[in-house]
Design a protein around this ligand. Structure first.
Ligand code: PLP
Length: 435
C-alpha cells in the first residue's frame, strides 16, 4: 500500500490511498503549473471558486494595494471602505428586497450564519419555530450546522451524535417534482419549521443534481404561504455558474436569506456573505442587548478579502463578463452533445456553465473506487477533474477556451475507453508540457 504520511492533513483525502500530492507552483487563467513542469487545465475551478481565471490582474492589483493600506481590523464597532463598497454593490446585484449583508469567511460559515439568523429571528419575534427543512442529497458544508442540514452518509456518520435533527424532503427528480413540493407543503403545515434551506437549481457535492427553475419558484411560494423562511445556499451556484449571476434570478424569487461565497473574490481569498431581508435584521435591532446577533469570527470582513471581492464585483459590472458566461454555456453544450448518444454515459446534463455526466459502471456511489481512479487518470492527462464517484462534472473558469474544452472532453472519452478496455484507467505517466 502506498504510504503518504504527510505532516499536512489534507481535506477529504485518504492519505493511505493517495500516491503523491500534485505540487502546484503557479496559476494563470485556466491553467495550473506544477513543480514537475506540467500545465494542468483547471476544469473544476479549484473547488468551484476560480471564476475569472487564476491570478486575474485586476483582482491581484486590488489585493496588493489593499494589503499595503489596511490588512485587518476588528469588525465589531469598526468598518472600512472595501466592506462598505462590497455590501452596497452586492445589494444592487442581489435579488430585490434583500437589505443587509453579514460577512464571514467560508461557505460553511455563511450557512451557519443563515441558520442562526433564521432561529434568531423567530426567537426575537417571540415564536417557537426551531426546526429546519432540508432537501435530500444537499451539501451545505462541513461545520456542525452545515452537516446537520446536509445529506447524511459515511462521511459524517462518526459525527452523528453532534448533529441536530432535520426534516428532509426528496430531491425533485425529473417527473417527481410534485412529490418534493407536496412533502415541503406538508412539512411546512405540520411541523411549523423555522426555515427551509436549499441549493437553488443545482445540488453540487450531492452529485451535480439539477432541477428546473419552476420548482425553485414553487418551493419559495410554499414557504411564503406558510411563513417559513426560505434560505438559498448559492455558495456553489452564485457568480454566473448557472448562466445568470445568481441562480435565484432564473426563478425570479427573492429568498429571505441567501449565502454567497466561493466566487465572491473570484477565487482568490476566503470570504462569504449572508444577505437577509430587513425584518430579519430588524428583529435583532433593539436597545435590549439580548437581541443582538451573536456571531463573529476574528477575520470577519477582512479588508484584503473585501478588496478582492470589490474587484470581482467590478468585473461583473463589465457586460463582457456576462457575455463570456453565455459563451461558456454554449461551448459546454456543444461539448457534451456527443455524450448524450453514448450508451456508456447516463444523465448527461447541463445548467449554465456546469455540465455533468454519469459514467455507467457497477462501481458507483460517492466513495466508490472509480472516483479516485478517474481522478488519477485525469491527472495523468494534465486535467484537474475530481469526479463525485462515477459522476464527472466540468466547471472551468470563464477564461477557458474551445481548445481547453476539446482537451477536457477528449480526456473524458478516453477515460470511458480505458474503463471499457482491460487496462482499466491505467494512464501513461504525465508528461511535462511547455508552460
Ligand atoms: N454550500 C454549498 C452549496 C457548497 O457547495 C459548499 C462547498 O462546496 C459549501 C456550502 C461550503 O463552503 P466552504 O467549503 O467554503 O465552507
Amino acid at each position: 500500500m502506498p504510504k503518504n504520511k504527510s505532516p499536512i492533513w489534507h481535506p477529504f483525502t485518504q492519505h493511505a490511498l493517495q500516491d503523491e500530492m500534485t505540487r502546484v507552483v503557479r496559476g494563470n487563467g485556466a491553467y495550473l503549473h506544477t513543480a514537475d513542469g506540467r500545465r494542468i487545465i483547471d476544469a473544476i475551478s479549484s473547488w468551484w471558486v476560480v471564476t475569472h481565471g487564476h491570478c486575474h490582474p485586476h483582482i491581484v492589483r486590488a489585493i496588493q494595494e489593499q494589503a499595503g493600506k489596511l490588512n485587518q481590523i476588528i469588525f465589531a464597532g469598526h468598518t472600512h471602505d472595501p466592506a462598505e463598497e462590497v455590501a452596497a454593490q452586492l445589494l444592487k446585484f442581489a435579488p430585490p428586497g434583500l437589505e443587509h449583508v453579514f460577512f464571514s469567511d467560508s461557505g460553511s460559515a455563511s450557512v451557519e450564519v443563515a441558520l442562526k439568523m433564521a432561529l434568531g429571528y423567530w426567537h426575537n419575534v417571540g415564536k417557537q419555530r426551531i426546526r429546519i427543512v432540508v432537501m435530500q442529497h444537499s451539501y451545505h458544508g462541513d461545520t456542525i450546522g452545515g452537516m446537520s442540514v446536509g445529506a447524511r452518509g459515511v462521511f459524517n456518520e462518526a459525527y452523528g451524535p453532534l448533529l441536530f435533527d432535520v426534516i428532509s424532503v426528496p430531491f425533485p427528480a425529473t417527473g417527481r417534482e410534485q412529490d418534493t413540493l407536496d412533502a415541503l407543503e406538508l412539512a411546512c403545515r405540520n411541523e411549523i419549521p423555522a426555515a427551509f434551506i436549499a441549493e437553488p437549481l443545482i445540488l453540487g457535492a450531492g452529485g451535480m443534481l439539477m432541477y428546473p427553475a419552476w420548482v425553485l419558484r414553487e418551493m419559495k411560494r410554499i414557504c411564503e404561504a406558510s411563513d417559513v423562511l426560505f434560505i438559498a445556499d448559492e455558495v456553489m451556484t452564485g457568480w454566473g455558474r448557472t448562466g445568470t449571476l445568481f441562480a435565484c434570478e432564473q426563478a425570479n424569487i427573492t429568498p429571505d436569506i441567501v449565502c454567497y461565497s466561493k466566487g465572491i473574490t473570484g477565487g482568490t481569498l476566503p470570504l462569504a456573505v449572508t444577505l437577509c431581508r430587513a425584518d430579519i435584521f430588524d428583529a435583532h435591532y433593539s436597545i435590549d442587548r439580548t437581541r443582538t446577533f451573536f456571531h463573529s469570527s476574528s477575520y470577519t470582513a477582512n479588508p484584503v478579502a473585501c478588496a478582492a471581492a470589490k474587484a470581482n464585483l467590478d468585473l461583473w459590472q463589465d457586460p463582457n463578463t456576462r457575455q463570456r458566461v453565455a459563451e461558456i454555456a454554449v461551448m459546454q453544450e456543444k461539448a457534451i452533445e456527443p455524450f448524450r448518444a453514448d450508451a456508456r454515459f447516463g444523465n448527461v446534463r447541463r445548467t449554465g456553465t456546469i455540465t455533468a455526466l454519469d459514467l455507467k459502471t457497477s462501481d458507483s456511489g460517492y466513495l466508490a473506487d472509480i472516483g479516485p481512479k478517474l481522478q488519477a487518470f485525469f491527472n495523468n492527462r494534465n486535467l484537474l477533474l475530481r469526479p463525485l464517484g462515477n459522476t464527472i462534472y466540468v466547471l472551468p473558469p470563464y477564461c477557458a477556451t474551445a481548445a481547453d474544452f476539446d482537451e477536457i472532453y477528449a480526456g473524458i472519452w478516453d477515460a470511458a475507453d480505458a474503463l471499457a478496455g482491460r487496462n482499466a484507467l491505467r494512464a501513461e505517466k504525465p508528461e511535462a508540457s511547455v508552460c
